[in-house]
Design a protein around this ligand. Structure first.
Ligand SMILES: *Cc1c(COP(=O)(O)O)cnc(C)c1O
Length: 421
């Protein structure tokens, strides 16, 4: 469900015509819908209302301050994977007491920053990380609330590059070593053992693999409690998939909540969830303008003013984002295009042989479901500026990130002294 719909033949975001935003702020541009963000958060929080539950939005999906502040106002926490993300979350009004810190490579600087802030939980991914955290917390006279991220050896995820729960992946502590590492954690200064954490992948559309992983985790919790290891929290990660095309029907938040309720059954525990894509994915679109249409060797290319530096998912995961014309014209036929950007890489292609209403120079098109893992992954390859982001609420649209000027783009670079004559 989202709030990007046609009124007559014009695509709207809530009550604002997409064309107006493109004209006011330029293209390419990311556009987010407040009502959609709110709806997704509330659907999930209502589905889990019968259970003590912290929804820690996965900041890496979309970390714009206004997106975070929108969710903070609803009571969201944050799942962060760097000190930078933690600072963003706090700056946007998410209290440190609702922040969990995940990731395999936390630096000393990051651990100290999180200890100083007083976050809710460290999701520890290895024995060396646990030892480092213990040493730093002890040094600072703090006690670090810890969950160990276990690797349940379950395959899941919408693409090989976003699957994280199998033995070959770098994530988490090996299943067969988990109990031993918990026993170690109980002996370490500066460590307060709180919970078990698992996250098996992203864009998971079927509940089966999650259920298998969560059942293993519940078994582990029972085993740890039997050893007098005080497990009061379980963090089930994120990963719930979203529809990227009309007709796709991934498991709904309600189905997911029912499955989780089933699996947790009678164990008394505080639940943490780390949804990212499910909250932000369908709450954003990415709007581009057609620069040229070129026909060559039997192929028809629509060359856009946006590129893989703006939206990497097609190049990185062979993802296909549904394309909608910003102005629908039923008199025009559908034609097949390769939708490409101006970057000098053959991977700079959004879609191949994609059928869409006939495109002409200066037409606007929208890539749907671009709210998660879109703008956050953008970069300045080919010295293309990071593009603008706009947030809509009802009939209001506001710029929430402006594109840098050329001077800003090169501001941190300098010419070495010996090159100056
Ligand atoms: C990426 C990630 C998430 C969010 O995943 P989604 O598929 O966007 O829900 C949650 N937890 C961890 C540890 C992650 O790495």
């Amino acid at each position: 469900m989202h709030h990007f719909d046609y009124r007559d033949s014009e695509l709207f975001c809530e009550d604002v015509p997409v064309r107006t935003i493109a004209e006011q702020f330029g293209t390419p541009v990311y556009i987010y819908s407040t009502a959609t963000l709110e709806r997704h958060f509330n659907v999930l929080s209502e589905a889990f209302s019968s259970q003590a539950c912290l929804i820690a939005y996965s900041v890496k999906a979309n970390s714009n301050l206004s997106v975070l502040a929108t969710l903070a106002a609803l009571g969201s926490g944050a799942d962060v994977v760097s000190a930078g993300e933690m600072q963003r979350a706090i700056a946007a009004g998410i209290p440190p007491g609702k922040i969990v810190f995940s990731g395999v490579g936390k630096s000393e600087f990051e651990i100290r920053a999180a200890l100083s802030a007083g976050i809710h939980q460290f999701n520890v991914e290895s024995r060396p990380e646990l030892l480092r955290l213990s040493r730093l917390a002890d040094d600072m006279g703090k006690s670090a609330p810890v969950a160990l991220r276990v690797n349940p050896h379950v395959e899941a995820g919408g693409h090989a590059n976003i699957s994280t729960g199998a033995a070959e992946h770098k994530f988490g502590i090996a299943w067969h070593e988990a109990v031993e590492v918990y026993k170690l954690a109980m002996t370490l200064p500066g460590i307060a053992v709180k919970g078990v954490d698992v996250h098996i992948g992203s864009q998971i559309t079927k509940l089966g693999p999650m259920k298998t992983a969560f059942e293993k985790v519940v078994g582990l919790i029972r085993e740890l409690r039997a050893l007098d290891i005080p497990i009061s929290r379980v963090d089930l990660g994120g990963g719930l998939g979203i529809p990227y095309k009309d007709g796709e029907t991934p498991a709904s938040p309600a189905d997911y909540a029912a499955m989780v309720g089933d699996v947790l059954n009678d164990i008394d525990i505080e639940l943490i969830l780390e949804p990212g894509r499910m909250i932000a994915g369908n709450a954003g679109i990415f709007v581009s303008r057609v620069e040229y249409v070129k026909e060559r060797d039997g192929r028809r290319f629509a060359i856009l003013d946006s590129a893989m530096n703006d939206l990497m998912r097609p190049a990185l995961y062979q993802a296909v984002h549904e394309v909608r014309p910003v102005k629908r014209d039923d008199a025009l036929q559908s034609l097949t295009y390769d939708l490409v950007g101006p970057i000098c890489e053959s991977t700079d292609r959004f879609a191949k042989d994609y059928s869409v209403q006939e495109l002409r120079e200066n037409d606007l098109i929208a890539f749907m479901s671009a709210g998660a893992y879109g703008a956050v992954m953008s970069n300045q390859y080919n010295t293309r500026p990071l593009c603008a982001e706009v947030l809509v609420k009802g009939d209001k649209a506001e710029l929430i990130r402006r594109a840098p000027t050329f001077e800003e783009m090169i501001a941190n670079e300098r010419v070495a002294e010996w090159l100056k004559s």
